[in-house]
Design a protein around this ligand. Structure first.
Ligand code: COA
Length: 260
């Protein structure tokens, strides 16, 4: 079965991460599938809302670190040329005109958390754990999270999340406004679907215009920050700290940054 499942019903397109054995970590092929699904949902007038979900135990462990290691070793880090699947996915996500909902249970690591900054509604299981371990991987933030997270959390809490990279739990995410509601994990996907059905029954033109107005003034800033992050990310990906972090993860050992 595919690592990304896409199902459209009653105006709701649901994108399900389906790689549980690797904690729903995201490969290039998965980003390509998600970008394609989002582009199709954007262009299909019958789709009014998109839901991202994992299962009750895991949302996503973020980018596949084996993929990162390969790109870093090949000297082909993920520069943002707009064409690589991850950047195509992020740009489509950030500019997505219709409502986006996420249902998050278990770990949401790296892009598993930063993609939420572009969702309109986020529901979390009480086992959700959000983390942004970019620095721990020798990297920097992406998806305009270096802009959006300080705006949402305030500078010091964002610095704690981005510099230390330690997980914060669902209740803390609720307090800072990253999630709308915390529920038992068994109820989370169903709640997201119920909210999506409500949105799907509303006039699409009014939904799109309301979302556009709420985000007006920030779209260009988000795009510019994503470009800036993309350049830094690509440079750091090829550096010794990232290579050491990726190798250490794959070899199941602690990284040694004493020379980085
Ligand atoms: N990339 C590639 N493989 C990953 C992965 C990732 N991001 N996250 C987990 N996996 C793999 C593990 O290597 C392991 O594979 P194996 O069974 O072949 O050994 C399997 O998924 C299970 O992971 P494990 O770490 O044993 O699960 P856990 O429940 O103890 O912990 C996480 C779950 C998500 C907390 C932990 O896997 C983790 O921290 N992953 C890395 C997250 C990360 O740094 N992502 C990059 C963000 S930019």
């Amino acid at each position: 079965m595919s690592d990304i499942l896409v199902h459209t019903e009653a105006g709701v397109c649901t994108i399900t991460f389906n790689r549980a054995d690797k904690k729903n970590s995201l490969t290039e092929a998965m980003y390509a599938a998600m970008a394609g699904a989002l582009e199709a949902a954007r262009d299909d007038a019958a789709v009014r809302c998109v839901v991202f979900q994992g299962d009750m135990a895991i949302f996503s462990a973020g980018n596949d670190i084996g993929d990162f290691l390969q790109q870093s070793a090949q000297g082909t880090p993920q520069g943002d040329d707009g064409q690589r699947p991850v950047w195509r996915f992020l740009h489509t996500l950030a500019a997505f005109p219709k409502p986006l909902i996420a249902a998050v249970c278990g770990p949401a690591v790296g892009i598993g958390t930063t993609l939420l900054l572009h969702c309109d509604l986020v529901y979390a299981g009480d086992n959700a754990a959000f983390s942004l371990p970019f620095v721990n991987l020798g990297l920097c933030p992406e998806a305009a999270s270096s802009l959006l997270l300080p705006q949402m959390l305030g500078y010091h809490r964002a610095a704690e999340a981005l510099l230390l990279g330690e997980p914060f739990m669902a209740e803390a995410a609720l307090e800072v406004g990253l999630v709308n509601r915390v529920v038992p994990p068994a109820e989370c996907n169903a709640l997201a679907q119920a909210q999506a059905r409500k949105l799907a029954a509303k006039p699409l033109s009014a939904l799109i215009e309301t979302k556009r107005l709420m985000k007006a003034g920030q779209a260009a800033q988000v795009r510019a920050r994503m470009d800036e992050e993309g350049a830094s990310f690509a440079r750091l990906m090829g550096g010794p700290a990232a290579r050491e972090a990726f190798s250490a993860f794959m070899e199941k050992r602690k990284p040694d940054f004493s020379r980085c």
